[in-house]
Design a protein around this ligand. Sequence first.
Ligand code: CO
Ligand code: CO
Length: 313
Amino acid sequence: MFLAADYPDLMVGLGQPDDAAVWRVDDERALVVTTDFFTPVVDDPFTYGAIAAANSLSDIYAMGAAPFLALNIAAFPPQLPTNICSQILQGGAEKAREAGVVIVGGHTIQDKEPKYGLVALGFAHPQNMLTKGGLQPDDRLYLSKPIGTGVIATAIKAGTEQPQEAREAIEWMLRLNKGAAELALSCGAVAATDITGFSLLGHAWEMAAASGTGMRIDFEKVPLMTGARRLAGQWVFPGGAFDNAEFFKPHVQFHAEISQELQLLLFDPQTSGGLLFAVPPGNENVMLKKAEEIQQPVWKIGVATDSGRIEVL
Ligand code: CO
Ligand code: CO
């Protein structure tokens, strides 16, 4: 049987599920380990590989760690041309290099549908890292990428996307969360997570639940990708949005004026989404100055409360 007490150096494990596991190496270093992989979200193999790598590294950044080493995990159909496979792996390798990460190996199996991602390792400082817990009422909530990759990827799959909107979404998915993590650490944030499959509200609830707090989110302040609102109006949602809504709705209270489709947009599963991090009141100016310095976009979307639920106004 697994007992946390048997592993005193395990700082974050299954006992308090987070974006990655954390193992204390010594007083200065904690090893952060995670893995993630998924099926193609775009048609271009190189771009798919790069997005999958950025997404895998995101969980390392969400812990306030710097990634340095990774392994490929891939599944390719036997009939897939080898140059397509190598383009996927090359997209991953170049994105990893941009992050200062070297891919040193991996494993590939055969499967009907392609799958790709990384096992990623990073180092954090044991006294200065980010977890889902630790949110305090009155902390300001900042998000580093707009919402909408789920509805836009669904339009891409159906072949009904608007090219400019798809390009914009792809640029966001390709973007590393390195700068966002730097910002969070620079302002004394302790609570953070990355926004992925469970949607903005699902991951927000994970943070609130892990911290024993609530949140108030101002719908009008939530950044949306171009086209997201229109696609929501046409009910172009991936199945995961409905699953997220059903699962997390008991913890969310919407203002009566927010329409059903805009509510569902906040449950839209994201691929390689931004970081949601909590800035202690009083440290906002330091963070915003740094954001400008490193040209990292951030949006203030709300505040932590003691309500024990997510209110969307
Ligand atoms: Co995560
Ligand atoms: Co993950």
